[in-house]
Each structure stands twice: as C-alpha cells, then as structure tokens.
Design a protein around this ligand. Structure first.
Ligand SMILES: [Zn+2]
Length: 247
C-alpha cells in the first residue's frame, strides 16, 4: 500500500510541475500535452516518468540537450514523500484525501511563490470554498472551525500586511485562509508562528552570508506552507512539546 501511495505522489508531483510552470504564464494546464520548454518537442510517455526520466537523461532534454531544472525531480520526490508521511499518519481515510489535497496545493503555491513572488488566486480561490465544503461533508473539523480558520488567521496576517507594507503580501493572507479552512483556526495560527520562525532563521542566515539587505523580500508562502505541513504531520507532538515547556 505504501508503495502505491508513493507512486501516486510521484505522479501528482509530475502534474504539479506542469501547474507550477504553466499557471503563472496563464497557459492551459491540460492542453497541449507536455513539451520541452526550450525546443518545444512533444515529450513521449517515457520522458514523463517521474524522477526516473530525469535520472536517465542526466537532467537534460533528450532532444535538444538543454538542461532541465532540478526543480522537476525535487517537486516529484517531495510530493511522493509527503503523500507517504500523511498516509502513515492518517491511514486511508477521508482525512488523508482532504489533507493531501491541501498539501498538493501548498507545494504548487510554494514553488510558484519562490519563482514568481506571487500566490495565484486560481489556487486559493478554488481551495478556500473546497475546504469549507469538505468540513460540511466529512466533518473532520467542524464547519465553524473551518470558517474561523478562514477569518482569524487571515485577519491577523491582514493586519500585519497593512501595518508593515513590505514583506507580507495579500497573497499570504489568502494562503493562510486556505490553510485555515482545511486544518482549523488553531492549527493555522500555529502554522503562522512556525512559518515566521523558519522565515526569520532563513532571513538571518541570508544576511549573514551577505545575500540580502534588509529590503530583500523573503517569500513567506513557502514558510507558512512548511508550518502547515508540520502541523498536519506532527501537530499533536508539537503542541504537547510546547505545553510541556511550561510544566
Ligand atoms: Zn528540448
């Protein structure tokens, strides 16, 4: 079973690469079929096997020899790994399906944010209503919790975004709203804290190695996403550990 879940993750990851490449360019995700971004040659099925095609062609296009971004196998492996970890925690339940859907969208958002500094509305405006509907149908969290998950964490980020004009963007506000409707307001709030923590560590590291000034923008989307994924996988452990600090 675990193997099938990893394979499913790799295939979804391969699809995510298409989304990450085409969505910001406003191209259709379905048509035309995959082609090399350099020589436009249509890719055959054996060019599209997740990770393996990349390894076998040594990261080059089979037709024009142009280098293919390492992002492709990374996204595939990451998706496969997160599918597996979520499955190991939740089993084959409706919760698993709901949460891997969220994780899938978070991977797309994170890589698009890193590359283009945008968080596409096509994703957030699709997944926010979806998360609310899931809570009504599956009741993995209550509908009220899902609704508060949209309002409270996003409200706080909106306040921060309006106070400090640089750094946080409206895209991040929509992103945390999307996370909140899926995992509830408390988990979403902790996701912000974890994201801010890792974001600050990254910022300090970048300043130390002199790669940025105080004005350089750190994309916050990937860090909030990281916080959310950690809460999905280890939320109970993180909360117990944190509470344990005060006893
Ligand atoms: Zn090519």
């Amino acid at each position: 079973m675990s193997i099938s879940i990893i394979l499913l993750g790799l295939i979804v990851g391969s699809f995510l690469n298409v989304v990450i490449y085409r969505l910001p360019l406003k191209k259709s995700i379905i048509f035309p079929s995959s082609h090399c971004p350099y020589c436009k040659k249509k890719l055959k099925y054996y060019d599209l096997i997740p990770v393996f095609s990349y390894v076998f062609t040594k990261g080059k296009c089979r037709y024009c020899g142009e280098k293919i971004s390492i992002q492709y196998p990374i996204v595939e492996l990451l998706t496969g790994l997160l599918f597996l970890l979520t499955f190991l925690k939740y089993g084959l339940t409706s919760e698993f399906i709901i949460l891997v859907l969220l994780i899938t969208s978070l991977i797309a958002v994170s890589f698009i944010d890193i590359k283009y500094q945008i968080i596409p509305n096509e994703i957030t405006f699709l997944f926010i209503p979806l998360g609310l509907i899931f809570s009504l149908i599956f009741n993995h969290i209550s509908f009220i919790n899902s609704l508060l998950g949209l309002i409270i964490p996003a409200g706080i980020l909106l306040l921060i975004a309006l106070t400090y004009k640089k750094g946080m963007g409206i895209g991040d506000v929509k992103l945390i709203g999307m996370i909140g409707v899926f995992i509830g307001w408390k988990y979403a709030l902790i996701s912000i804290f974890i994201g801010a923590l890792f974001g600050s560590i990254y910022g300090i590291y970048m300043m130390l190695i002199d790669k940025m000034t105080r004005k350089t923008r750190i994309p916050f989307g990937p860090f909030i996403s990281l916080g959310a994924v950690l809460m999905i996988l280890y939320g109970d452990i993180i909360i117990n550990w944190y509470l344990g600090l005060f006893i």
